[in-house]
Design a protein around this ligand. Sequence first.
Ligand code: ZN
Length: 69
Amino acid sequence: MSYCLNPNCLSPQNPDDAKCCQRCQSRLLLKDSPFWSIILANAYQDEKNKWYWALRPQVAEALEELGWV
Ligand SMILES: [Zn+2]
């Protein structure tokens, strides 16, 4: 099962082989992704095995609304 990253999606559960949400066309969270990427951020690993973190846009906006950034 893959899960849609759109928090407003009406049908976030998608088949394993789906590349994007069948309901809203958003990116899917693949089942082997770290669970925290749902909540706060996406992480990327480059060819030197260095990790990069990126806040999800929704989280960045929420933090701005709260005045935390
Ligand atoms: Zn969706």
